[in-house]
Design a protein around this ligand. Structure first.
Ligand SMILES: [Zn+2]
Length: 156
């Protein structure tokens, strides 16, 4: 059995009280006997609090961004609706003007009668599509029995 020769070196630490480097592995400084980790350790409660603060910040950012986006979308929808209404009104007025301009031109209030369309279009009624009903279905029922025993008996 071989003993492990690679021993980890002692930690190099700086005392927070006397600022001297010590290589002692103990919890206290060998020079002034002050504790190394005195109040500098992060407790799980602090960690959870930090995570909660970050999460709340991110949520607030998302909320604000959502509000801004919603306002923008609302503004855009309102703008589009206004544009659509304006164009619709313009179209209506154009149609009205066109009708007002067209009615007196064709006579004194006579509605132009539409020309009757020819309705009797000859429809070909020749049913010459042959319906093939006799579909030849090959019914091959030839069963090949490969195990055919020879019937020739050989008698001594
Ligand atoms: Zn010290």
């Amino acid at each position: 059995m071989e003993a492990s020769t690679a021993v980890a070196p002692p930690p190099q630490r700086v005392c927070p009280n006397c600022a001297r480097i010590s290589y002692a592995a103990g919890p206290r400084c060998p020079y002034c006997t002050a504790r190394f980790s005195s109040g500098r350790r992060v407790s799980p409660g602090m960690l959870a609090a930090a995570v909660a603060v970050v999460l709340v910040g991110v949520l607030v950012m998302f909320f604000i961004a959502g509000r801004i986006l919603e306002h923008r979308v609302d503004d855009r929808i309102e703008e589009v609706n206004k544009d659509f209404d304006a164009s619709l009104n313009r179209f209506r007025e154009d149609v009205k003007k066109e009708l007002d301009a067209r009615i007196p031109a064709t006579g004194a209030g006579t509605v132009p009668t539409p020309t009757p369309l020819p309705t009797d279009t000859p429809t070909p009624t020749t049913d010459t599509t042959p319906s093939p009903t006799a579909t030849p279905s090959p019914t091959t029922t030839a069963e090949a029995s490969p195990t055919e025993t020879p019937t020739t008996e050989i008698r001594p």
